[in-house]
Design a protein around this ligand. Structure first.
Ligand SMILES: Nc1nc2c(c(=O)[nH]1)N[C@H]1C(S)=C(S)[C@@H](COP(=O)(O)O)O[C@H]1N2
Ligand SMILES: [Mo]
Length: 370
């Protein structure tokens, strides 16, 4: 198999962006993303960690004393399992240019910087309580063991990002397994955080330390990056934590065959996915006329908070030629996708309704253009 400079498979299933790689789906998308199809976002390179020598240090003035845990110590905790999405904050960034005409620098992700995995490990709340949490603790800063991140000669230190204690004690996990097998190196072996529903950067990989503090900490990953910059952005609204609601169209199935060109008068089954951070999906609507009229789609399959759900809608085109399909999701908190994504200098949170130009063929035997 052909592999790239970062030892990742090259082929139709992938779009490579330097140290990052995104999933390309052709046809229907499985509910759980196979580990070897899951997107990778690395600020530098994935470190090679010896599991025997690895330790996780829980430190800071928010715990009674510093405690270190080996992998065997973590495996001895009562484990938890859930299926949750992980999505990069910049997922969909290339659409700022292709759909809104404003190029935004950074990895030019399409919509493949998201996956859903079954994660197993230690609930962060169990670990913090075991270590001895002080009542004054307010913040947890996870620190990765990958190399310090250096940009334009400035060393920003190890990849880290503070998490409010309220979220840390809610549904965050120190994951050891992904889809029932130990985490692979690219996804954070031997331990990573999973912070459901929040910006992907919160889910720190190759965990080395959890600093628990009695004051709110900062890091470049919440002050310089992963916040909105540019006109109109200021203060708290600029801080990014919870992911917005989004949806995509994956495939049109005509006469039982996926990826076919829809034909006038023949029902096409449209299939796609919708997801939201810290919420489930309430409704998905589809438009075949560029957003003039909308029809409800049917939600199919599991629909859990901070995961994705699949949807399906039947569309019988009435004329041939180019159509513009649109998909719009609303989550269980009442958030709906806007027509236009809020512009920001780094191209985060492209959450607008996506436009899909689709060609419709004339029925067989009919003259083209009829
Ligand atoms: N230590 C460390 N953790 C990290 C990163 C990183 O570069 N180093 N990248 C973050 C970003 S930006 C994202 S989107 C997710 C990606 O996780 P994945 O590569 O397992 O898909 O990991 C996050 N955790
Ligand atoms: Mo990310």
């Amino acid at each position: 198999m052909l592999r790239d400079a970062h030892d990742r498979p090259v082929g139709d299933h992938w779009l490579h962006h330097g140290t990052d790689v995104e999933t390309v789906w052709e046809g229907p998308v499985p509910h759980l993303t196979p580990t070897d199809r899951f997107y990778v976002r690395n600020h530098t390179e994935a470190p090679e960690i010896d599991p025997a020598g690895w330790r996780l240090l829980v430190s800071g003035d928010g715990v009674i004393r510093d405690v270190t845990y080996s992998l065997a110590d973590l495996r001895a905790f009562t484990s938890a399992t859930y299926e949750r999405a992980l999505e990069c904050t910049g997922n969909g960034r290339s659409l700022f240019e292709t759909q809104q005409g404003t190029h935004r620098p950074g990895t030019q992700w399409r919509h493949g910087a998201i996956g859903v995995a079954r994660w197993s490990g230690v609930p962060l709340s169990s670990l913090l309580h075991h270590a001895g949490l002080r009542p004054e603790a307010v913040c947890v800063t996870p620190v990765g063991l990958d190399a310090s991140y250096v940009v334009d000669g400035v060393d920003h230190g190890r990849v880290r990002r503070p998490l409010p204690l309220t979220k840390a004690l809610d549904d965050v996990m120190v994951a050891l397994d992904m889809n029932d097998a130990p985490l692979p190196r690219d996804h954070g072996f031997p331990a990573r955080l999973v912070v459901p529903g929040w910006v992907g950067i919160a889910s720190i990989k190759w965990l080395g330390e959890l600093r628990v503090t009695t004051r709110v900490e900062d890091s470049p990953w919440n002050t310089l990056w992963y916040r909105m910059h540019g006109k109109g952005w200021r203060g708290r609204a600029a801080e990014l934590d919870r992911m917005p609601v989004k949806s995509v169209l994956d495939v049109a199935v005509v006469d039982g065959v996926a990826g076919q060109v829809p034909v006038v008068g023949r029902p096409a089954v449209l299939r796609g996915r919708a997801w939201s951070g810290d919420a489930a999906i309430a409704a998905v609507e589809v438009s075949a006329d560029g957003g003039r009229t909308w029809r409800p789609a049917t939600l199919t399959g599991p629909n859990e908070t901070s995961s994705w759900t699949s949807w399906e809608a039947i569309w019988t085109p009435e004329r041939n030629g180019t159509h513009e399909l649109r998909v719009r999701a609303t989550d269980t908190d009442g958030r709906t996708q806007p027509d236009e994504a809020a512009d920001n200098e780094d191209g985060y949170f492209f959450a607008a309704v996506v436009r899909y130009p689709v060609d419709v063929a004339a029925p067989e035997g009919a003259p083209v253009g009829a």
